[in-house]
Design a binder for this molecule. Structure first.
Ligand SMILES: Cc1cc2nc3c(=O)[nH]c(=O)nc-3n(C[C@H](O)[C@H](O)[C@H](O)COP(=O)(O)OP(=O)(O)OC[C@H]3O[C@@H](n4cnc5c(N)ncnc54)[C@H](O)[C@@H]3O)c2cc1C
Length: 320
């Protein structure tokens, strides 16, 4: 991309034709035209100011909730590195400010060691704080919105602003801010708790995850969001029915397309057996949606984000 050669003042790392797939959990997909890892906030702002509006921007966290398509990603992929993972705790108010590049699991462990309650659910979510804010990540009846106060975000023009939790209009696995909004950091309200008790909770969560989810495989977490009670009611189904139960009832458990399989252990998780393409994974997901729609009249919504281009010789499947 021609504008990259003019970026003499940029201090971060720029890689052209970057293998971004290896940084994602599924490890599938084509390269990014360019990858930018900013040195810090000011560097990111300079980059965005210089980057023409016509060049698409994609933000990547720890790649635990995405399929990168086989044709790769057009434009620039931005990935926040180590300089965006600071954690500051105000001991008077118990407000904790955390950089968007910090890993959820590390945050939960650090908080537990400090006797700071509220972050335990994050210990089972292998993404970044930025990804958790975008996805309103949650588990065990808690989600990021429960502890969030506000977030510092950067817009496409490189301007920083603070957005409150209310402005984000968080709902189940959803944040209403525009998709090119970059989360830089966020403030969370913690509470005092017993460190040993919190660490025990983390151990329980880890054990439970290992027993019920394919956490050692190449996966992307829940493939589909659980249907809303109103969608279930419209389809004349019990209002607490989960996506995995619907998949199970259409013969999805263990079902394979190419190198992609619905996990035997948790059938709302897809797995790459080591030979899957993004096309295999996406086709498998679409097949599950088709079957569920046919049998129950209900449309499953993808929770996994699918990004990038289809390969020219593949048929397109699913919505972006
Ligand atoms: C084994 C396993 C278990 C999981 N369990 C859970 C669970 O219990 N609950 C749950 O909610 N999720 C779960 N997930 C899914 C996933 O971990 C979460 O959605 C997580 O929040 C994604 O974070 P990430 O950094 O990996 O984001 P990515 O997968 O890299 O990206 C996901 C989305 O977030 C955006 N994004 C990432 N960083 C930023 C940023 N700084 N600014 C703006 N946008 C950004 C991306 O553009 C993309 O749209 C699981 C995944 C796996 C593999």
């Amino acid at each position: 991309m021609s504008f990259l050669s003019n970026l003499t003042h940029i201090r971060g790392l720029i890689i052209e034709n970057a293998d971004v797939a290896k940084g994602s959990w599924f490890r599938v997909g084509g390269p990014a035209e360019s990858l930018f890892q900013p040195a810090d906030e000011a560097d990111l702002s300079h980059f965005l100011t210089a980057c023409p509006e016509t060049i698409p921007i994609t933000i990547l966290g720890l790649g635990s909730n995405i399929i990168i398509r086989d044709g790769g990603i057009k434009g620039v992929v931005i990935k926040l590195g180590k300089n965006f993972n600071r954690l500051e705790h105000d001991t008077l108010t118990n407000i904790v400010e955390i950089g968007a590049g910090a890993g959820d699991v590390a945050v939960a462990r650090h908080a537990a060691k400090q006797g700071l309650g509220g972050f335990e659910f994050l210990s089972g979510i292998p993404g970044s704080i930025g990804g958790a804010l975008r996805m309103n990540a949650g588990a065990y009846g808690a989600d990021i919105g429960d502890i969030l106060i506000d977030a510092r975000v950067m817009d496409r023009d490189g301007q920083i602003k603070i957005v409150t939790k209310e402005e984000m209009q968080l709902s189940y696995r959803h944040n209403s801010l525009p998709y090119d909004t970059i989360f830089i950091s966020a403030r969370f309200q913690a509470y005092d708790d017993d460190s040993e008790k919190l660490l025990n909770t983390l151990d329980d969560i880890k054990k439970q995850r290992e027993e019920t989810q394919p956490v050692k495989d190449r996966t992307g977490g829940s493939t589909f969001a659980n249907p809303s009670p109103s969608d279930l009611m419209t389809a004349d189904l019990p209002k607490d029915m989960k996506a995995w139960q619907l998949i199970d009832q259409v013969g999805g458990r263990g079902f394979k397309i190419g190198g992609a399989m619905m996990s035997e252990k948790h059938c709302n998780f897809m797995i790459n057996d080591g030979h899957a393409t993004a096309h295999d994974l996406e086709s498998l997901g679409e097949e599950m949606r088709r079957r569920v729609k046919e049998k129950f009249g209900l449309t499953l919504q993808w929770e996994i984000q699918r990004i990038g281009q289809f390969k020219d010789d593949f048929d397109t499947c699913g919505e972006a």
